[in-house]
Design a protein around this ligand. Structure first.
Ligand SMILES: Nc1ncnc2c1ncn2[C@@H]1O[C@H](COP(=O)(O)OP(=O)(O)OP(=O)(O)O)[C@@H](O)[C@H]1O
Length: 247
C-alpha cells in the first residue's frame, strides 16, 4: 500500500456482552480508492462497518480520520467532517419527488442565510440536477420517490448521501436485493463515484467486489485476515482456505 491513508482503525475490538465480534483490527484505507470489506458470514464485516461509520464505538482501540481521532464521535457529526454513509432507504422521503429529496438533502447542508438568497437557491436547483445526473436519475426527477424501482431508490439514496460532498462514502451492501441489471448499474455508479472520492463498502457478492475494488480487506472470525488488490486476495492461500466450499 503506497497512497495516503484517509481513515484507519488502530487495534479495534468490539464486544457484545461476553462475545467478541471484532478482535484487535488495525486497517488503513487509502484515499481516492475503492476498498471493499469482505469475509464469510459472521466475520464481523457489519460490526467493523458500524465502527467506521460511528453507529457505535469500539470497546477498545481508535478510529482516526485524517489526523483526527474520531473514536466515539456521534453519528450525526460525521457528515460535517466529510463522511457520509449510504445503507438505508429510510433516508428517503417516499411521498416527495426525486428532485425534492435531493434538494432537501442539499438544504440540510446549507446555512439558512445562504439558502434564502435567490442566487444560492438557483445553485441548489442546479446542484440537485447534477447529482441526479451523476446517479442516473435525471429523467426521473419529477417522479415520487416511492414509485422508483428498488435499484433506483438505492441510487437516490446515494445522491442524498452525496449532497454534503463527502470526502469518504461508506456503503453497506449497495447491491443487496438487486436484480442482475440493477447490480450492474450500481457497480457502474460506484466506479464513477470513486473518481472524486474515497469509497469503502461491505458486500457479499464476491464477483462484484473483485471486479470493481482497488483493494480488499478480508475479515474472518472477527479478526483481520488479509488486505491487498483483488489479484493478491484471489491468490492468498489463507483466504482461499476460508472461502473453500463457499460461493
Ligand atoms: N448486537 C449484537 N449483539 C450480539 N452479537 C452480535 C451483535 N452484532 C453482531 N453480533 C455477532 O457478531 C458476529 C459478527 O457479526 P457481523 O454482523 O459483524 O458479521 P458479518 O460479517 O457482517 O456477517 P454477515 O455476513 O452474516 O452479515 C456474529 O457472530 C454476530 O452474531
Amino acid at each position: 500500500m503506497s497512497g495516503e491513508i484517509i481513515i484507519r482503525t488502530e487495534a479495534v475490538t468490539r464486544r457484545f456482552g461476553g462475545f467478541t465480534a471484532l478482535k484487535n483490527v488495525s486497517v488503513g484505507f487509502e484515499k481516492g480508492k475503492l476498498t471493499s470489506i469482505i469475509g464469510p458470514n459472521g466475520a464481523g464485516k457489519s460490526t467493523f462497518f458500524n465502527i467506521l461509520s460511528g453507529a457505535f464505538p469500539p470497546s477498545e482501540g481508535r478510529v482516526v480520520f485524517g489526523d483526527a481521532d474520531i473514536t466515539g464521535l456521534k453519528p450525526h457529526v460525521y457528515p460535517r467532517i466529510g463522511i457520509s454513509k449510504s445503507f438505508q432507504i429510510t433516508n428517503i422521503f417516499p411521498a416527495f419527488t426525486v428532485l425534492e429529496n435531493v434538494r432537501i438533502a442539499l438544504q440540510a447542508h446549507c446555512s439558512r442565510f445562504n439558502f434564502w438568497s435567490p442566487r444560492s437557491r438557483l445553485g441548489l436547483e442546479d446542484k440537485a440536477h447534477s447529482l441526479l445526473q451523476m446517479v442516473g436519475l435525471e429523467r426521473h426527477a419529477a417522479r415520487l420517490a416511492k414509485e422508483l424501482a428498488h435499484g433506483q431508490q438505492r441510487a437516490l439514496e446515494i445522491a442524498v448521501a452525496l449532497a454534503g460532498d463527502p470526502k469518504l462514502l461508506l456503503m453497506d451492501e449497495p447491491t443487496a436485493g438487486m436484480s442482475p441489471e440493477e447490480t450492474s448499474a450500481m457497480m457502474d455508479l460506484i466506479v464513477r463515484l470513486v473518481a472524486d472520492r474515497t469509497v469503502i463498502l461491505v458486500e457479499h457478492k464476491m464477483k462484484m467486489v473483485m471486479g470493481i475494488s482497488d483493494r480488499l480487506v478480508v475479515l474472518h472470525h472477527g479478526e483481520f485476515l488479509a488486505a491487498g488488490t483483488p489479484d493478491e486476495i484471489r491468490n492468498n492461500d489463507e483466504v482461499k482456505r476460508v472461502y473453500l466450499g463457499q460461493h
